[in-house]
Design a protein around this ligand. Structure first.
Ligand SMILES: Nc1ncnc2c1ncn2[C@@H]1O[C@H](COP(=O)(O)OP(=O)(O)OP(=O)(O)O)[C@@H](O)[C@H]1O
Ligand SMILES: [Mg+2]
Length: 268
């Protein structure tokens, strides 16, 4: 099933998918990007840092609270290897989330090196994977800070809607602060426009505003609003294994190629 036209990019990339705004497509992007990275032969790990556990359930794992999760790594210091699970999809592994993680924001506050818990855990295993993709919760608290401290890059999904740019200043400021204080390596890989509906004139307007805001750092691929993308998680499958020919699938496939190609440009 491999597509040999894809440029083999830079290995060992850690990418956070972040936007504190809820429902903009972070988990949909994390699940489908990782599935296509696996499909293209890259050994990939998805880390679910959101107590809502949407990427965990979207990959067919029950999000019941008794299963061990990223919580046990961040708070109890358990071994990352013991918590990592293989998914049913090729080359794709997961560190699942659970509702317990909701308490982690508060529990982390008093812990040592609280911003680096994820970075330290990932540091023990990052040589095993080509890509590590971190799905962030819709907040700029310690869970997202842990993700941004561990990552080399951040992808920002932006929903094509009227208030799309609202809150972006706050997000970019947080990224700047993380870069200055915690992780000088962090780069914005790009903004990804999601849920684009060509019938809505507004979408075009939002797109041009986002392009102005991020200049060249907007992915060429635009993810359309596509009902198949919203159905797939209830079957516990990435779109590639649910409806690989639908518009949403083709868009996430193109987006994944862009991510891979941009990585190889970054390293020359
Ligand atoms: N391109 C799309 N077309 C149609 N529906 C979509 C699309 N992308 C995401 N959705 C749906 O929109 C909802 C929000 O998407 P998603 O969960 O990916 O956003 P999120 O940013 O992770 O949300 P949260 O901030 O709550 O974590 C979900 O029901 C998802 O299935
Ligand atoms: Mg989510």
């Amino acid at each position: 099933m491999k597509d040999n036209n894809v440029f083999r990019g830079d290995n060992k990339r850690i990418i956070a998918i972040a936007n504190q705004k809820g429902g903009v497509g972070k988990s949909t992007t994390a699940v489908n990007l990782t599935a296509y990275l696996g499909y293209y032969g890259y050994k990939t790990l998805i880390v679910d840092m959101d107590p809502q556990s949407n990427s965990t359930s979207g990959l067919g794992f029950e999000s019941g609270s008794d299963r061990k999760s990223i919580y046990n790594i961040l708070i109890s210091g358990e071994s990352i290897n013991d918590i990592t699970c293989k998914t049913d999809f090729s080359n794709l592994f997961i560190i699942p989330s659970s509702i317990q993680l909701a308490g982690a924001e508060v529990e982390l506050v008093t812990s040592m090196k609280r911003e680096y818990r994820l970075k330290e855990a990932i540091g023990k295993i990052n040589e095993l994977y080509d890509y590590i993709i971190i799905d962030c919760p819709p907040a700029l608290g310690l869970l997202t800070i842990n993700a941004l401290s561990a990552a080399g890059e951040v992808i920002i999904p932006i929903q094509c809607e009227y208030y799309a740019l609202e809150g972006l200043g706050q997000l970019l400021n947080t990224i700047k602060l993380v870069r200055e204080n915690l992780n000088p390596e962090l780069e914005i890989a790009g903004a990804l426009m999601t849920m684009f509906d060509p019938r809505i004139k507004l979408s075009e307007q939002v797109l041009s505003e986002v392009k102005k805001y991020f200049s060249s750092k907007v992915y060429n691929t635009i993810i359309p609003r596509n009902v198949r993308l919203s159905e797939a998680p209830s079957y516990g499958k990435p779109i590639l294994f649910y409806d690989p020919d639908c518009k949403g699938a083709l868009a996430y496939k193109d987006f994944t190629k862009e991510v891979i190609e941009n990585g190889s440009k970054r390293t020359g």
